[in-house]
Design a protein around this ligand. Structure first.
Ligand code: BGC
Length: 715
């Protein structure tokens, strides 16, 4: 407990006092929710009041003052989806994709601090957050949890969230390491990819997040990576993470992702998370036996425990014990509000339809339970904020029953309060606001016809455990939007989607605003954006394809039968998302990096220098009618003849009307390099690089060529 000593030294002093059984205890976790695990081992009496609602726990060692690890899912706020008790209601953040769409790392860090604070207030000391698998599968059921398709953006944003969480003296994970990029067959698929390509895409995203966020733990994933389960994958865990990246934290398994004892222990797994989720208990007595049999060395057990204790010391778990208290929910709401507001992406705005004027007008709100709240995503990250509504509470419409076509997804949609109906009325009390649920298309169309402006809410529910079947809005919502827009061209579509959707009605509507899953302050932010008190500044962190046919895999890969193992060949390599579209010359519906403002911005004067470290700078001017924020993006084409441009940096700047600023970036050299498998490191090739600046990956008006000399960098 000498806080002057470095965490590694404190861990060693403590380890020297631990028996082997105590060490084995620290590397074995149990399910949290008071369920009886197969071993019959129940959580200690004193922990039980804390455990409902937790994902897992690891008993402490009171004799030595080692606290129990009490773990909660909390990527988007504290996930309290079972055993709710008063005081357990937490702040729901916008989806991970929404936070990524802010391109604002300081805001992402602030959002993380909300999660960290609420975790502490519930006595959790491990947050199972930092979810960031690269969006290789646009329809992936957890796309909403993650941070998009670009390794730099995903790494920086997720790293910032993790930093914010850990600022509150709780440990945060980064997950799911690695390449668990779709939900279909997640526990049986093998993600097959060349090392070079993985290093420049999915692994680079993790590498950057680990550098920026310093997560105390990393969660290994369900899938197999190049044939071997991620939680026993020596190249992935020992080679890349702990070896090349010198990661000092511990690797804990996803719930049910362990398949072996000695292979897992020697492959780099440091803690089995949840007995009962795995087919059998692989650590615990089985690990003790493996050590006795010489299959796992005592040094390896020592290393596992060292890593756990080291992170506990480094992130304040010993020095700042968490205790239950009520959270500063109102202060948290302010931060979450900014996150939601900056994450909304204006995709289309014609005929000056937005922002709506502050005056008496007839506004029709249609669909997506806009009278109740805003949709959130399902699965282990689900948060239940105060006053939430579950879709189970909605009456099932007669048409829904009769047609059988409109079926609710299995699982439950949760709607976060407040409702857009309430916040829009509040933002413009002079308006006459009417709501129609959209079930009756004729009634909705009639309401649209009688209104000055129509706001149609469209929803796409995503949940962990299942991918969405396609890019279409479910439940005939396209037909509803088409009918309403035909009745009133002053139609604004607000999308509450987990990820990209197709928009067959795009030409017929006046405006489209992507609000994602906007969280607890989402509707408040939405009203401020619609009425122009907030100027939208979000930019897409993911490409919106025009159709499934444009994707590397038009249909989602799956096994011959449920549960049958299968391979996914990630033949697109590192060219994920917009890089795939560029390489194939495909025009998406909306490109990565795209997003409109109520103002307009002009770029000029791109200058690139390569003396010492490469830098690129450009002027950005607000030449439109309002103050706002612009995200200036920089991309590079390598001298490899492909012409594919990768994001190498960005700068998000506030600009008053007519204000002009010069922004400069100094890109990480790895972003200009290829990973050289043979030389085991990054290699910047000598040659001409094209550096571009613009407002999206598909709008890069300014280009400069710079000659770089060859450079070798460590792995
Ligand atoms: C999810 C993890 C989560 C864990 C514990 C798993 O199914 O993949 O993200 O942390 O459950 O709830």
């Amino acid at each position: 407990m000498d806080t002057a000593l470095p965490p590694d030294e404190r861990a060693e002093l403590l380890l020297a006092r631990m028996t082997q059984d105590e060490q084995l205890q620290l590397v074995m976790g149990y399910p949290g929710a008071n369920t009886r695990p197969p071993s019959g081992r129940m959580p200690p009496e004193e922990l039980r009041p804390l455990l409902p609602g937790t994902a897992g726990y690891v008993p402490g060692i009171p004799r030595l003052g080692v606290p129990a690890l009490i773990e909660s899912d909390a990527g988007l706020g504290i996930a309290n989806n079972f055993h709710l008790r008063p005081g357990d209601e937490a702040t729901a953040l916008p989806s991970g994709l929404a936070t990524a769409a802010t391109w604002n790392s300081a805001l992402a860090e602030a959002a993380g601090s909300v999660i960290g604070a609420e975790a502490r207030d519930r006595a959790f000391n491990v947050v199972l957050g930092g979810a960031m698998n690269l969006a290789r599968e646009t329809r992936g059921g957890r796309t909403f949890e993650y941070a998009g398709e670009d390794p730099l953006l995903a790494g920086v944003i997720t790293g910032s969230v993790i930093r914010g969480i850990q600022s509150q003296h709780v440990i945060c994970t980064v997950k799911h390491y690695a390449l668990n990029d779709q939900e279909t067959g997640r526990t049986v698929l093998s993600a097959n990819i060349d090392e070079t390509d993985a290093r420049e895409s999915d692994l680079l995203a993790f590498e950057i997040a680990v550098e920026q966020g310093d997560p105390g733990a990393a969660m290994c994933a369900y899938d197999r990576y190049n044939g071997t389960y991620a939680c026993e994958n020596d190249p992935l865990l020992n080679g890349v993470l702990k070896g090349d990246w010198k990661y000092p934290g511990w690797v804990l398994s996803d719930w049910g992702a362990v398949h072996s004892t000695a292979e897992a222990a020697n492959g780099g797994l440091d803690q089995e998370s949840s007995e009962g989720s795995d087919r059998e208990q692989y650590f615990g007595p089985a690990l003790k036996q493996a050590i006795a049999d010489g299959k796992v060395t005592p040094q390896r057990l020592h290393d596992m425990v060292h890593r756990i204790l080291r992170s506990m010391f480094a992130h304040g778990v010993f020095d700042y014990p968490a205790t239950r208290q009520l959270s500063a929910l109102e202060a948290h709401r302010q931060i979450v509000y900014r996150d939601a507001a900056e994450g909304m992406v204006l995709l289309k705005n014609e005929r000056g339809i937005l922002p709506l004027p502050h005056m008496a007008q007839r506004i029709a709100l249609i669909g997506a339970h806009a009278d109740v709240g805003m949709l959130s995503g399902g699965g282990s990250s689900q948060v239940m904020p105060i006053g939430h509504t579950s879709a189970d509470d909605f009456p099932v419409g007669a048409a829904e029953v009769a047609s059988g076509a409109k079926v609710r997804p299995a699982g439950t949609e949760i709607y976060d309060p407040p409702s857009p109906l309430a916040t829009i009325l509040q933002a413009n009390p002079a308006a006459n606001v009417q709501y129609a649920d959209g079930e009756d298309v004729a009634a909705a169309t009639e309401l649209a016809r009688q209104s000055d402006v129509v706001i149609v809410f469209a929803r796409q529910w995503m949940s962990e455990g299942r991918d969405v079947p396609n890019l279409r809005l479910p439940n005939d919502q396209d037909a509803l939007i088409q009918a309403v827009a035909a009745a009133n061209p002053r139609t604004v579509v607000v999308l509450e989607t987990g990820g990209p959707v197709a928009m067959p009605w795009l030409d017929q509507v006046g405006a489209v605003l992507e609000a994602w899953y906007a969280g607890n302050a989402g509707a408040t932010a939405l009203a401020q954006v619609l009425f122009g008190n907030v100027n939208p500044s979000g930019k897409l962190p993911i490409t919106f394809p025009a159709s499934e046919e444009q994707l590397p895999r038009p249909s989602i890969p799956r096994g011959a039968a449920p549960g049958a193992p299968f391979d996914i060949d990630y033949f697109e390599g590192a060219n994920v998302g917009y890089r795939w579209f560029q390489g194939r010359n495909l025009t998406p519906l909306f490109p990565f990096g795209y997003g409109l403002s109520y103002s307009s911005f002009h770029l000029d004067g791109l200058a690139v220098t390569s003396k010492g470290r490469l830098t690129a700078s450009v002027n950005v001017t607000n030449d439109g009618p309002r103050g706002g924020m612009e995200t200036v993006q920089f991309y590079a084409a390598l001298p490899d003849g492909t012409g594919i441009r990768r994001l190498i940096g960005w700068s998000k700047v506030p600009l008053k009307v007519h204000e002009r600023r010069r922004v400069t970036i100094a890109p990480d050299p790895r972003l200009l390099a290829r990973f050289d498998e043979a030389a085991h490191g990054w290699r910047v090739a000598a040659g001409d690089y094209i550096i571009s600046a613009g407002a999206s990956s598909a709008s890069l008006p300014l280009n400069a060529t710079v000659k770089l000399t060859a450079q070798q960098l460590p792995p």
